[in-house]
Design a protein around this ligand. Structure first.
Ligand code: ATP
Length: 298
């Protein structure tokens, strides 16, 4: 990571195409534009210190960072779920297709096609899988037949959910509950899904299965994803573009392929860089020099 201030998003976009999917011939329109937001909890705890990011239509963008970096807070700011946590966006702007959205309610956001899948899956334990899925369609006004068609589609993407449709969610596996949480979000027919830590607590094979479905939904249904992840390796395999968040600030961003090759990302997030043939994390000395390199961020 360079010890020079980040160029502005506009400058970066002019040179890098920003978060546009790598395969697209032309950069797609910006769907979500988060510009310099600060978030404060309980009037005093400053958690986000000027976060900017962009998500283009049809992209999969990863928001990466360690525990407590501010990933969930960023997603909550976008989907307007901060209020219930006594949090507030105190600076900066958030726009969806150019429309300012900071003052909208969560249901306004759902109407605009933005749905959040919260960390920890949050299924209704006493409801069956199918009942859980149907709760995701509560805001729809296009009739039962349309909702049934979406349910069929969700079962098509998640055959495991179809098998378990009549099971009470409490008795399904962690992977099935994560799939149920994503499936429920899809029942709202979203344009964009904010996905918080889909890998949390899941076996590697199941994480891969979930990410494969995310890729399918992106490619076949055109759903845009902003996903927060601590599992950097997995997220960068499936994302087009990534942002790395540390202590409430974006310290690095770039196309996923470039981040995967970036020496610092390999060293500090993938645990594979700096000539460490055995893939172990680097010494504290290296950490100290890394900290020196990015001291300007403090
Ligand atoms: P994790 O992977 O653990 O969820 P994260 O990157 O998503 O980490 P956040 O959950 O956004 O991080 O938390 C960022 C910081 O904000 C943490 O220091 C956390 O303790 C603090 N924080 C989060 N929610 C609240 C809250 N409701 N009130 C006060 N502080 C909070």
């Amino acid at each position: 990571m360079n010890a020079t201030p980040q160029p502005s998003l506009a400058e970066r976009e002019a040179t890098s195409g920003d978060a546009a999917p790598a395969s697209g011939p032309r950069p797609r329109p910006v769907l979500l534009d988060v510009n310099g937001i600060e978030v404060i909890y309980n009037h005093v705890i400053l958690v986000l210190k000027g976060v900017s990011l962009r998500v283009h239509e049809g992209a999969v963008v990863a928001l990466l960072g360690a525990n407590g970096a501010g990933k969930t807070t960023t997603l909550r700011a976008v989907s307007n779920l901060l209020e219930g946590q006594r949090g507030l966006v105190t600076k900066g702007t958030i726009a969806l297709r150019g429309e300012r959205i900071e003052r909208l309610s969560t249901s306004d956001m759902v109407e605009r096609g933005v749905v959040q899948v919260m960390e920890g899956r949050h299924c209704f334990a006493h409801l069956t899988i199918e009942e859980n899925l149907l709760t995701g369609a509560y805001s729809r006004r296009d009739g039962k037949a349309a909702v049934a068609a979406t349910l069929d589609k969700v079962y098509g993407y998640f055959p495991r959910l179809k098998e378990r449709s009549a099971s009470q969610a409490a008795y399904t596996s962690g992977g099935e509950q994560q799939m149920c949480a994503i499936g429920r979000a899809l029942m709202a027919n979203p344009k964009m899904v904010l996905l918080d830590e889909p890998s949390m607590g899941l076996a590697p094979q199941v994480v891969e299965e979930v990410f494969e479905i995310v890729r399918d939904l992106n490619q076949k249904e055109g759903v845009t994803f902003l996903l927060a992840e601590q599992n950097t390796a997995m997220a960068l395999r499936y994302a087009d573009y990534g942002y790395i968040l540390e202590s409430g600030r974006i310290v690095l961003d770039g196309p996923a392929a470039a981040l995967r090759e970036n020496e610092d990302v390999r060293e500090f997030y993938l645990g594979t860089g700096g000539g460490s043939a055995d893939g172990e994390r680097k010494s504290y000395r290296a950490v100290k020099s890394y900290k020196r390199r990015k001291r300007w961020l403090a």
